[in-house]
Design a protein around this ligand. Structure first.
Ligand SMILES: Cc1cc2nc3c(=O)[nH]c(=O)nc-3n(C[C@H](O)[C@H](O)[C@H](O)COP(=O)(O)OP(=O)(O)OC[C@H]3O[C@@H](n4cnc5c(N)ncnc54)[C@H](O)[C@@H]3O)c2cc1C
Length: 497
């Protein structure tokens, strides 16, 4: 039998959180407040990595008034198209406003907006001003550093969750090329999404599907992985910028390379303001998409989107080019109302979970989700940890099993395999899917997996990430191939509708 690689063992934590994004930070605060020693292990900087940083900071939730709540419930369930975990979705609709209200006590920089019913104001939306997620993530990190005892270890890429007899024992992590085992009584998986399995994405570069792959490797099933949301409002040239859909109410239009306004036809009654999926698919069919701002009031542009106004003014003859990008994964580890999983002591929250949004996500619901379920995951993980005498170290055989796949280091780059995977996913598993394309993608993923196994990587982190990207890409592609009809964000050109 091959010797297992040398690994160190870190000090044991009571609760260990994987991921320093919004869900992970909220979970860590809750676990610490519940009296448990808590550590965040994060690949990127806690509070400075993950999609929360680039998010527009919009949190939407059902207001507390019966009529308004019911209206939101109907919209939320309609967008899920019957693919939601009903109990979890109902729980979210009913509890999100309370979770957002509780969040106020931390004084994070969120402005709350209200709707009026029968002379009373009911909050329904919160966001930063300006709408930049990094303002919120930075403030939470500051709060954790100053006001809690949560320990943070940034730069640690968790590469496996270690379990024994159906119970979590801790995680294996990589830092600067070294592997370390981190023992823990409870673990919270909050590693976010996987936009980077696609060639075009709005996600930060650390979103490589690690969370989905970590769950699969410890025996958890995933649900709804075929449902990937693509975002249509992203300029990629001359510089990257997101546009607010409001712009289309003020004269902006899309044109193709021939100058045609391709969204102006009976098929799209709302034109550029159709549902995100519809707009993204219409763009996908064009060779080039330009943003025409010639009919917008320059003062409005300057006031509402100064960065785009600047790009436009620099050289009005140079087109602002857009393309749809992979944005959000509705699928993931099945989310229960208590955030528990089939592995005892392992909890999940944030974008890595599946079942809350079903086949499509309502705008503004992902950040509210991190607030509500981050807290629940933290409290319940703390409760589980409290009931155990201490972190039990796994047996030698368990670690050997986990490490069985790890390769010898070498000098190989994996860049070509990663690029090929992202192109395959974009071509065959993105906005428009067919049985033929999905079969071709599965074949190509198989060939990439084979090539991957033969490489001796120069950089451990590159190997860990590509292993997770391949696993996640396979999960998305297999789920897309299995669902023959179009539903929500999953569009089969050759399928029954
Ligand atoms: C451009 C953009 C705009 C958006 N705007 C909005 C919006 O306005 N409203 C809304 O509701 N939603 C929005 N979203 C979606 C929302 O931002 C995400 O769904 C949300 O941030 C997910 O939070 P999270 O904590 O689960 O994951 P993330 O915030 O993505 O954090 C994941 C964390 O896990 C870490 N990590 C990953 N892998 C590992 C590993 N192997 N080991 C250790 N750590 C790891 C990462 O470094 C990161 O710290 C937007 C998304 C994008 C991309």
């Amino acid at each position: 039998m091959m010797e297992r690689p040398q690994i160190e063992t870190a000090e044991a934590s009571s609760v260990l959180v994987i991921g320093g994004g919004l869900a992970g930070m909220y979970a860590a605060i809750a676990a610490w407040e519940a009296g448990q020693e808590t550590t965040i292990l994060s690949k990127g900087r806690t509070g400075g990595s993950g999609n929360g940083v680039v998010a527009m900071s919009v949190h939407r939730f059902a207001p507390d008034a019966p009529g308004l709540r019911e209206e939101y419930r109907q919209r939320f369930l309609r967008s899920g198209a019957g693919e939601q975990e009903k109990e979890t979705a109902e729980f979210f609709v009913d509890r999100a406003a309370g979770a957002m209200e509780r969040l106020k006590r931390y004084g994070f920089p969120l402005e709350y907006r209200c709707l009026e019913e029968e002379g009373k104001d009911y909050p329904y939306l919160a966001c930063c001003r300006p709408k930049q997620g990094r303002i919120l993530t930075g403030a939470i990190r500051k709060y954790i550093d100053k006001d809690t005892g949560v320990a943070i270890q940034d730069g640690v890429t968790v590469c496996d969750i270690v379990t024994e007899n159906g119970q979590v024992r801790g995680v294996l992590g990589e830092n600067s090329g070294k592997l370390c085992f981190y023992p823990a009584r409870a673990v919270i998986l909050a590693a976010g999404g996987a936009g980077n399995i696609y060639a075009a994405t709005s996600n930060t570069s650390d979103m490589t599907g690690d969370g989905y792959a970590l769950a699969l490797r410890c025996g958890l099933p995933l649900r709804g992985m075929e449902f990937v949301q693509f975002y249509p409002y992203r300029i990629y040239s001359p510089r990257r910028a997101d546009i607010f859909p409001d712009l289309f109410e003020h004269g902006a239009v899309f044109r193709n390379e021939k100058g045609e306004r391709f969204m102006d036809c009976p098929q799209y009654p709302m034109k550029e303001l159709e549902n995100r999926d519809v707009v993204a698919r219409a763009m996908y069919g064009q060779r080039e998409v330009r943003l025409d701002l010639s009919h917008c009031d320059p003062e409005y542009l300057e006031r509402e989107c100064p960065n785009i106004s600047r790009m436009y003014r620099e050289d009005p003859s140079r087109p602002l080019l857009l393309r749809p990008v992979a944005h959000f994964f509705m699928g993931g580890v099945p989310l229960k109302t208590d955030c528990s999983t089939a592995v005892k002591g392992l909890y999940v929250c944030g974008e890595v979970t599946g079942g809350l949004h079903g086949a499509n996500r309502l705008a503004g619901s992902a950040l509210t989700e991190t607030v509500l379920f981050g807290r629940i995951a933290g409290e319940n993980a703390a409760g589980w940890a409290r009931g155990l005498p201490g972190a039990a170290l796994p047996g030698e055989e368990t670690l050997r099993r986990v490490l069985a796949d790890y390769p010898q280091s070498g000098t190989d780059s994996l860049r070509d395999l990663k690029d090929a995977l992202r192109e395959t996913m974009w071509r065959d598993v993105s906005l428009v899917r067919t049985g033929e394309g999905l079969a071709r993608a599965l074949e190509e993923i198989g060939a990439l997996e084979e090539a991957f196994r033969r490489r001796r990587p120069a950089r451990e982190k590159e190997w860990i990430e590509l292993r997770d990207m391949l696993m996640t890409a396979r999960a998305v592609t297999e789920a897309a191939a299995a669902r023959r009809e179009s539903l929500g964000a999953h569009f089969r050109l050759d399928g029954a509708t």
